[in-house]
Design a protein around this ligand. Structure first.
Ligand SMILES: Cc1ncc(C[n+]2csc(CCOP(=O)(O)OP(=O)(O)O)c2C)c(N)n1
Ligand SMILES: [Mg+2]
Length: 779
């Protein structure tokens, strides 16, 4: 009886090669269907990236069905989204309908999305570079979770980024490398789909080996997968080394062009260049044209066995960069063409691909299309056994109970920034689980944003203990900077994108690691703009954190014009998944902070942004706590208007004393004048929009701002004032069609003290009175 030899490795390689081919087909077909088959109603190109997908299918087959463990998390290169969809389709975790609705409303998303996709997505991607760097920060957060006893070392996963080579041009990659090195990150893999093509062009040849140097300098191991197994075998033959050397010297653009042209072009070129070298001619002749094209493109990133071995050999926790050489559009007629980034197969080309893959017409969506029954059954069994098939759903972390009230810091005059620092200090001194879950971070502005007291109490986080040298030498300093594994502050260098990515990773601790952290990050308000895309990324990922922008506005006057954060109120209003508040008084800070820690944890909550100031202002007496509920809804009457009053002053934030002063001076001339404190232009506006949308949908009810301003006469006038863009409040006139005179800052400033700057920008009481006179009194 013949004994069938079983070679488990060969069987596995064969299964993974089949998956590679299936992924290439399914991703291509998904894009094709969306662009060429699904009905179009708007004449717009739908888009999708068949070549970018084909570039990575082998890498993803080997990673997902060989190397990945259930605890590992992956950020997938944005334009390989359809491959990730296809993987879950093969696993039975994605529906046909979702694939057919790729890039349509409610369907599979263009780029992997934690919040919008139906498949499990560990990290959203889309804005290149950010989805890569987030994995480094998640590794850091994982270490924080382990050090704080929230998870076991043995359960540590690997944080993996599958990235395009052009992502290496994004500066945030290098900022993150530096920060990662300082924090000694581990359990992080970045796998570069090194197809040497970006959107516009082929990558600069001069960068060859530069990345190795950069990453190795920062403590990474670099593993380059240049050749596949076939190439290695052929290069070992007589004449082979000459071909290998020729490839090494071949410019990226020429390699891509020859790849596109195919076997005959390869032959002509190789014969011309090295055909007369010993043994080369004979070696070339041993391949037909197709075989030669296959040989020349048998790069490491397309060779399952090479990939498996590389992953198997990197099983320690050292951060590792895999540079996997690939061909953009591998296996497709688009392979290597310089326009293939958005290029798409036409119907004839996809038809040809279908036929070449033995997929019967009408069976394009079959999971195992092109396979016979036996092959299909085998592959199905293989997939069912993969670690991925058992990957548990993301955990539901327990909510952290928030104390019923935060004590209001004492002091007749206070700034909101100082109040914030004192409240955090109180929390740091408190016992119990709530404060233990707070983690703070700042990009080198810990002291100047008033986080210092919290850090003194709770310590810096570092896996390895680091002594406070100044303290040991008995040099007096207000800051105690000892670092240890139980520390609760992650100190970052000045790189605001890192800061927002760190907040994002911390803010995803609940779904990623099963324990909720309460991250608090501080940054100078003007520099929010520096990290804005990363902030947007964090919000899109639905990470939950408290962002504090401080100092802000003209309280940064002495720092000069470019520091006088003018537009962050508009950022706060315009940014989804971020509730912006700008309190004026310490009791508002206490109220809103408490609310924020709760809101951050609600399923339909969001992150919160507090815009704070270093301006010390006299605090006010409150007759009762009736203002609180209104303040949390975005505005309350500090001085209630008489029913049907003709006018109100409206202010936001630290400019409160000027508004109050103006109100006091005006109230005799304008009877019943109201004074509205807007604690959140953002919450007010969203609530107003939601109420209008609800009414259009047949609902009833009004918004908070409609009710508040409804207390005034229909044709009343408003003077609004904010230390920031006046547009943040000018919309209030539209709520009931009232006249409005918006004051604020709308041009770059200059250095100065507050009285000078308030006068110069027309924010002082005189300006408010002038605006009111013009509006209400008509002179
Ligand atoms: C921040 C940002 N800028 C620009 C783009 C538009 N864009 C999408 S992909 C891409 C080039 C990608 O090239 P590469 O990373 O090498 O990927 P691949 O070759 O695998 O498609 C660009 C410029 C983007 N998505 N994000
Ligand atoms: Mg590329």
């Amino acid at each position: 009886m013949a004994v069938k030899t079983i070679n488990p490795l060969a069987e596995k390689v064969a299964a993974l090669e089949t998956i590679d081919a299936r992924l290439r087909w399914l991703s291509s077909w998904t894009v094709h269907n969306a662009n060429h088959i699904r009905e179009k109603r708007d004449g717009l190109k739908v888009g999708g990236h068949q070549a970018s997908c084909a570039s990575m299918t082998a890498i993803m087959a080997a990673l997902y069905f060989h190397a990945l463990r259930p605890q590992d998390k992956v950020a997938v290169k944005p334009h390989a989204g359809p491959v990730l969809q296809a993987i879950h389709y093969m696993l039975g975790q994605q529906s046909l309908e979702q694939l057919q609705r790729f890039r349509a409303l409610g369907g599979a998303q263009s780029y992997p999305s934690r919040t919008k996709d139906k498949i499990p997505v560990d990290f959203s991607t889309g804005s290149v570079g950010l989805g890569v760097a987030i994995t480094a920060f998640s590794s850091l957060v994982q270490d924080y979770m382990i050090a704080h006893g929230h998870m076991a070392e043995d359960d540590a996963g690997r944080m993996i980024a599958l990235m395009g080579d052009a992502e290496l041009d994004e500066g945030n990659i290098y900022e993150c490398l530096i920060e990662g090195f300082k924090h000694d990150i581990r359990n992080c893999w970045w796998i570069v789909d090194y197809n040497r093509q970006s959107l516009d062009s082929t990558t600069a040849d001069r960068m060859f080996r530069r990345f190795d140097d950069i990453f190795e300098t920062c403590g990474w191991r670099v593993i380059t997968l240049k050749s596949g197994k076939l190439q290695r075998e052929v290069f070992a033959k007589p004449g082979g080394q000459t071909i290998s050397d020729w490839i090494d010297a071949c410019p990226n653009a020429e390699f891509a062009a020859l790849t596109y042209q195919g076997g005959a072009a390869w032959r002509a070129r190789l014969e011309a260049d090295i055909g007369d070298h010993p043994h080369v001619g004979k070696l070339l002749k041993s391949f037909d044209d197709d075989g030669l094209a296959h040989l020349m493109t048998n790069l490491g990133g397309h060779c399952i066995e090479t990939l498996m071995t590389a992953f198997d050999n990197a099983q320690d926790d050292r951060p590792t960069l895999f540079i996997a050489y690939t061909v953009k559009g591998y296996g497709l007629p688009l392979a290597g063409h310089k326009d293939n980034h958005s290029g798409m197969m036409n119907p004839a080309q996809i038809e040809q691909l279908r036929a070449s893959m033995n997929i019967p017409e009408g069976h394009e969506w079959d999971v195992f299309g092109g396979l016979d029954d036996h092959q299909a059954a085998q592959l199905k069994a293989f997939i069912a056994q993969s670690a991925l098939a058992d990957k548990p759903a993301e955990p539901n972390a327990q909510a952290i109970a928030v104390p019923a009230r935060f004590a209001v810091p004492a002091g007749e005059t206070q700034s909101t920034q100082a109040a914030f620092g004192n409240i955090l200090l109180d929390l740091a001194k408190s016992e119990g689980s709530f404060a233990d879950h707070i983690v703070t971070t700042a990009p080198d502005v810990t002291q100047t944003t008033n986080l210092g007291a919290f850090v003194n109490q709770r310590g810096l986080f570092h896996r390895a203990e680091m002594a406070d040298v100044f303290r040991a030498a008995k040099i007096p300093s207000a800051q105690k900077w000892a670092a240890h594994a139980a520390g609760q502050h992650i100190e970052l260098g000045i790189a605001e994108t890192n800061f927002f990515l760190a907040l994002t990773a911390l803010g995803l601790s609940a779904p990623h690691f099963g324990t909720r952290l309460l991250p608090v990050g501080t940054v100078y308000d003007p520099f929010i703009a520096r990290g804005l895309d990363a902030l947007n990324y964090g919000c899109y990922s639905d990470a939950r954190f408290l962002l504090v922008g401080t100092p802000s506005g003209l309280t940064l006057g002495p720092e000069g014009g470019a520091h006088q954060s003018i537009n962050p109120p508009l950022i706060g209003m315009g940014q989804p998944n971020l509730a912006y508040f700008e309190p004026a008084y310490a009791d508002e800070v206490a109220l809103i902070m408490r609310w924020a820690f709760d809101f951050m944890q609600q399923p339909d909550g969001s992150s919160v942004y507090l815009r704070l100031s270093t301006r010390q202002i006299p605090q006010i007496e409150r007759p009762d706590s009736a203002w609180e509920a209104d303040a949390l809804n975005g505005a309350y009457w500090l001085r209630r208007p008489a029913p049907g009053a003709e006018a109100a002053l409206v202010y936001t934030g630290a400019i409160a004393p000027e508004a109050l002063d103006a109100w006091t001076q005006l109230v005799d001339d304008i009877p019943g004048l109201g004074l509205l404190s807007v604690t959140s232009p953002d919450v007010l506006h969203r609530d107003w929009s939601a109420a209008r949308a609800a009414r259009w949908a047949g609902g009833q009810g009004s918004s908070h701002i409609e009710r508040l301003l409804g207390e005034l006469a229909p044709g009343a006038g408003l003077v609004t004032v904010i230390d920031g863009s006046p547009g943040a409040l000018s919309w209030l006139g539209g709520v009931h069609g009232m006249r409005v005179s918006p004051l604020g800052v709308d041009r770059f400033g200059q250095t100065g003290d507050l009285p000078d700057l308030y006068r110069t920008y027309r924010l002082d009481a005189d300006a408010i009175i002038d605006a009111a006179a013009e509006l209400f009194i008509g002179n």
